[in-house]
Design a protein around this ligand. Sequence first.
Ligand code: FES
Length: 103
Amino acid sequence: MSNVTLRLVRGEAGNAASEAVYEVPYRDGMSLLDAIFWIREHVDPALAVRYSCRSANACKECSAIVDGKAGFLCSIRARPGSEVRIEPLSARPWIQDLVTSLE
Ligand code: FES
């Protein structure tokens, strides 16, 4: 079984950000948001990510920077054997991990 490597920005406002690396078992059709759910379920339930609809771009709450480009974590598919860097949006105040303020 192939893995997907996620490099995630971690930390919270007021402290320095760091990068954490996770190996997630790939499954067909997996989105990056699904991969983050796997991390929350199996490694670190404290990993912060905002989402609501969990489907393609309906709520837009899962916005993040993926490999340098803004996108929606629920609509970007993970690829087996790939490595992906995910950061919080830079244009909004950072709160924690992948979560920024909605204001
Ligand atoms: S969770 Fe709603 S657009 Fe991604």
